[in-house]
Design a protein around this ligand. Structure first.
Ligand SMILES: *Cc1c(COP(=O)(O)O)cnc(C)c1O
Length: 518
């Protein structure tokens, strides 16, 4: 039998009796896995050492008197536990990871190899500076590349994620406002309705009020609307470009000029830099501060909470407020300057930032070269437009008639009357072997489905993905049978996410009585 893409298919697993369980509960190599505590006994140990015998502890009465409470497992049991868990995970090394806004791209093994070089990987942040000159030189070189790519004069390396970078950039803006004596009056930050949630959250965490700027019908921000929202109370605007709808903000320069004329600052959310590296320099758009998610644009395996790095590019007027430490060149070599001259607002984090990510990012940049980085952006945009165009006749898209940047955005208008929701559709993708796209974001689009294929995907891999989505769309429109139950092949079906968020079980207890009491 051939599927619609002309490739042979096995009899669909869907047709098998999903209700017939195996003796072990496993599905072939897919095994359910209990907690470590449930496998290993507290009374067992994976190592075979003799009892210590009689000895006098010298811990001043602070020695432990009760069992430590860790489960004892043998080495093979331990290995199997983690390998089995890892098999339940989806990963960029398994298949396309089309999460919009996340830029899940292939991580070149070359970058990994470089990051593992002992001189970088084994360096300790408290080592004397004279012994880590190479690592400091790498940080300086990375800053130089980031300055060149952003067209901005200064880089702060310490922030450890995009959101942390937003915090850093906005703290620099706040410090500048304080220095000009306007902290009491400039209390508001503007953010478009389509903004990533971290933007208003960052502003609010720093004590600013957030004023939403509505999007115009074409999905972009209108300088006129920004003008209306501006006033002497505005500290800054936070704008993502390309925005979270996958569209380039064409009026960014005019917006910047208006904000600046009103005495405010322009924070650029650079999480979508992957679409414009080598094509547009944010500094040329009038951006004052912009974080760069090294873990998105410049590779680094991320997801599940880390690791990340969010260096911030700063304009001339913000550079002196940058956080400590900074890498500076002195007569005695490179130094991590703890007290940079001028108005540094202080520290963002312990030490100097994420060395492993710096190494990967610079390896990525240098191996691509300036022309390669530009081509990666172009390919990312091309791939997204290929997905957009090849799904245009089956899915609906709010701005589907126009080319997108690096993300293709669809809505749920096409699902109307089918009984299938965006969530059902995403869950059905899991049964087809794909990680779902980003759902219900950006909030300005109803039932949004945001697909970011990145430049990593080949034409063949995109065609397979598109073929699966087209087939799911056909099934959804033909009555949508099975969608409410999806996923049926995943190790876990639909979780009660509300319950998990409201009453998370964070502790394991040895006895059911204690568990009930907790
Ligand atoms: C990913 C992202 C962020 C936050 O970055 P983290 O590294 O996840 O903290 C902020 N804004 C946008 C538009 C993003 O896509």
């Amino acid at each position: 039998m051939l599927n619609r893409e002309g490739r042979p298919t096995a009899p669909a697993a869907r047709d098998l009796d999903a209700a017939a369980p195996s003796f072990t509960g496993a599905r072939a190599l897919e095994k359910d896995e209990p907690l470590l505590f449930e496998i290993g006994g507290l009374d067992r140990s994976g190592v075979d050492v003799e009892e210590a015998g009689d000895f006098a502890p010298r811990l001043g009465g602070l020695e432990r008197t009760r069992a430590i409470g860790l489960p004892g497992l043998s080495e093979p049991e331990t290995m199997r536990h983690y390998v089995r868990l890892s098999r339940m995970n989806y990963a960029i090394d398994l298949g396309i990871y089309p999460l919009g806004s996340c830029t899940m791209k292939h991580n070149p093994r070359l970058d990994e190899k470089v990051a593992r070089l002992p001189g970088f990987a084994d360096a300790h942040p408290l080592q004397p500076e004279s012994t880590v000159q190479g690592a400091l030189a790498l940080m300086k070189e990375l800053s130089r590349w980031l300055c060149a790519l952003t067209g901005m004069p200064a880089i702060a390396l310490p922030p450890k994620a995009g959101a942390h970078g937003e915090m850093c950039g906005m703290m620099a803006i706040k410090a500048a406002i304080e220095a000009s004596g306007e902290l009491e009056t400039r209390t508001t930050v503007l953010a478009p309705e389509s903004a990533h949630g971290t933007n208003p959250a960052t502003a609010a965490a720093l004590g600013f009020k957030v004023r939403a700027v509505p999007a115009r019908a074409d999905g972009t921000v209108d300088p006129g609307a920004v003008g209306e929202a501006l006033g002497p109370d505005v500290a800054a605007i936070m704008l993502t470009n390309p925005n979270t709808c996958g569209l380039f903000e064409r009026d960014a320069r005019e917006i910047a000029a208006r904000v600046r004329a009103a005495g405010g600052y322009f924070y650029g959310d650079g999480a979508n830099f992957n679409a414009i590296v080598g094509k547009v320099r944010p500094g040329d758009l009038g951006v004052d501060a912009m974080h760069i998610n090294l873990h998105k644009t410049f590779s680094t395996p991320h997801g599940g909470g880390g690791p990340g790095a969010g260096p911030v590019a700063l304009s001339e007027r913000l550079a002196r407020f940058a956080p400590a430490p900074a890498v500076v060149e002195t007569a005695h070599g490179l130094r991590l300057m703890e007290e940079p001259a001028g108005g540094s607002f202080g520290r963002m984090a312990a030490f100097h930032g994420q060395m492993g990510m710096f190494t990967r990012a610079l390896a990525y940049m240098m191996s691509h070269g300036a022309d390669g980085l530009r081509q990666a952006s172009e390919d990312a945009v091309l791939n997204a437009n290929y997905v957009r165009a090849r799904l245009a006749d089956v899915l609906s898209a709010p701005w589907g008639d126009r080319p997108c940047m690096h993300e293709a955005l669809f809505d749920d208008a096409w699902l109307k009357g089918t009984g299938v929701t965006t969530l059902d559709f995403a869950k059905a993708m899991i049964d087809e072997g794909f990680h779902p796209m980003t759902m219900y974001f950006p909030l300005v689009v109803h039932g949004a489905m945001l697909i970011e294929p990145t430049e990593s995907e080949s034409r063949r891999s995109l065609d397979e993905f598109i073929g699966a989505l087209r087939d799911l769309a056909r099934r959804a429109k033909q009555g949508g049978a099975g969608f409410a139950e999806a996923p049926i092949h995943a190790p876990r079906r639909r979780l009660d996410e509300t319950l998990a968020a409201r009453r998370p079980k964070l502790r394991w207890s040895a006895t059911p009585e204690r568990a009930a009491a907790e």
